[in-house]
Design a protein around this ligand. Structure first.
Ligand code: ZN
Length: 242
């Protein structure tokens, strides 16, 4: 059973009643609830918990970490960020949602500014599947519409993705690489753009399905984590191994 930890800074929902009305259990609560319904073993963690709820003990029991953050990126402790990075390099999956593009962990893993163009104007977003072979878009139509989303537009300052599977068009005319993957070390990373806090995006069944598929895609598969450093083994050409 794949074990997911849903992390949320959990600030907008506590500060703004309009956002609390959309996500009464917090964004993390809503994401955890559809993941649980899909059969994943799910827990949540938030910024204000000690060590942001992301101790080594928690991460050791996490196959995939989901990250939602926005106004409090700078409050995330650098030592926790370094810890998460190490777990990703060892094989933990990471899904970064929406404004998490500017989170410390995503920027550290990417090595670029991760900046983009944005606009809050209640724009319609049409999401196109541009890699129909990809596991993350299993069960998703060729395209679908979100009635209102925050516009995220190119250029998105990221390294060239390993895979680009979703492309979005916004009412104002902008386009955006809205679903991309990377590998870093032994870990798989999926960045997925929708999910502005003032819209009910995480109730959309296509969005839920893409996140569920993303969890399966990013989960470690029990592959061997390499041992680095001085190699005590020899690998004879003859094949006469002793
Ligand atoms: Zn937003």
């Amino acid at each position: 059973m794949t074990r997911v930890t849903v992390w949320n800074e959990y600030r907008h929902e506590q500060q703004d009643p309009a956002i609390a009305a959309i996500y009464p259990q917090g964004i993390h609560g809503q994401i955890a609830s559809f993941l649980q319904a899909a059969g994943f073993t799910t827990r949540t963690a938030t910024l204000d918990e000690p060590e942001h709820g992301l101790t080594d003990a928690v991460l050791n029991e996490t196959d995939v970490l989901i990250w939602w953050g926005h106004i409090a990126h700078n409050e995330v402790d650098d030592s926790v960020v370094a810890r998460i990075q190490q777990w990703v390099l060892k094989g933990m999956g990471l899904i970064v949602l929406h404004s998490g593009h500017m989170s410390k962990i995503f920027m550290r893993l990417m090595g670029t500014s991760c900046d983009l163009k944005w606009r809050e104007a209640d724009e319609q977003e049409r999401i196109f599947v541009i890699d129909p072979t990809h596991d993350i878009v299993k069960g998703i139509p060729e395209s679908f519409v979100l009635e209102k989303e925050e516009m995220y537009g190119e250029h998105f300052d990221i390294p060239v993705p390993d895979e680009t599977l979703l492309l979005s068009w916004f009412e104002g005319g902008n386009v955006f690489r809205s679903g991309i993957t990377y590998k870093r070390g032994n870990g798989r990373i999926f960045y997925f753009q929708p999910g502005h806090e003032s819209y009910p995006t995480y109730y959309n069944t296509h969005i839920q399905k893409i996140i569920c598929n993303g969890v399966e895609y990013c989960a470690p598969r029990g592959n061997c984590y390499p041992v680095y450093g001085k190699d005590k083994n020899h690998y004879p050409i003859s094949g006469a191994e002793k």
